[in-house]
Design a protein. Structure first.
Length: 293
């Protein structure tokens, strides 16, 4: 009899624990859903406003467009050199991402795998540069590019990407250091040099970290405003971010919120699509790079 009572008590305790775990999971999911909805509000407001006419916005018909209209997108595509700005932005962003992938991968692999005098000191100095505000480097960098004759060209926005950045180097180094040593020993036994090991063994395994770096690099270059504002003087060289700044008001000086939100939607969508496409690798890369090393 006592054994039956003990078994029943264990079952009641297990059921109570499952109920508590279920309630805790529901509460956590509700909090996450609420936080996600709150984070999406600015994007939804931007999209909703871009699908309304100015009369609807001024009348305050509500958050949901009724009826929805694409006149703001048509205005943006026809009244400003949108495709020229898009071409300039894609050109800068593509080269910047390529440069970031190549330079940061090589630098991180060198710090992770090679042993040479002063390696730790160099890596410490590299990380220390992250604490140096960008405004401190602004004037010397501009003077340097000006003396090279690069002002009013894309070069000041592309060439620096081919020199490794401390954040990406640190992230990739952490990932490379977490790879099993047996992989490198097997590659050495098979006669592979370091370049072959990097391209054929390490790079396929580093897809999560590479995806993370690609998303960050793309987002930073795509939405960069201060760089184009500083170095691009010619109107034909403007990027979308700079074009949005110039296009912030109508010729009569009356702000058109729906038009601004339309071009802002054009700017946000590529980054959002890229993140959704690489979401699994992105989250995996952040997790692995943050825990290993």
């Amino acid at each position: 009899m006592s054994e039956l009572w003990y078994v029943a008590a264990l079952r009641r305790r297990a059921a109570s624990r499952r109920l508590q775990d279920g309630l805790q999971s529901v509460v956590v999911n509700l909090i996450l859903v609420g936080a996600s909805a709150l984070a999406m509000l600015p994007f939804l407001y931007m999209l909703s406003t871009s699908l309304q006419s100015m009369s609807q916005i001024l009348q305050g018909r509500g958050f949901i467009p009724n009826p929805a209209t694409l006149e703001a997108y048509a205005y943006v595509l026809t009244r400003m050199p949108f495709f020229l700005y898009l071409k300039n932005t894609l050109t800068i962003t593509s080269w910047a991402v390529l440069g970031a992938v190549i330079s940061n991968t090589l630098a991180a692999y060198g710090f992770a795998r090679f042993r040479f005098p002063g390696r730790d000191l160099m890596f410490t100095l590299l990380l220390s540069s992250m604490m140096l505000p960008g405004v401190v480097r602004l004037v010397p960098t501009y003077i340097f590019f000006s003396k090279l004759g690069w002002v009013n060209t894309f070069l000041p926005l592309i060439v620096p990407a081919f020199f490794a950045g401390p954040f990406f180097v640190f992230m990739l180094r952490q990932f490379f250091r977490g790879l099993p040593e047996d992989l490198f020993d097997a590659a050495t036994i098979d006669g592979a040099n370091e370049l072959v090991t990097l391209t054929r063994i390490v790079m396929p395994l580093a897809r999560p970290a590479q995806a993370t770096m690609t998303v960050f690099s793309f987002a930073g270059s795509w939405s960069d405003f201060f760089g184009p504002l500083l170095y691009l003087k010619d109107a034909k060289l403007r990027t979308l971010a700079l074009g949005l700044y110039v296009f912030r008001s109508e010729p009569q000086g009356i702000p058109s919120v729906n038009n601004l939100m339309a071009i802002a939607t054009f700017m946000v969508l590529p980054t959002l699509i890229l993140f959704i496409a690489f979401q699994r690798y992105f989250i995996e890369g952040i997790t692995i790079s943050g825990l290993k090393g």
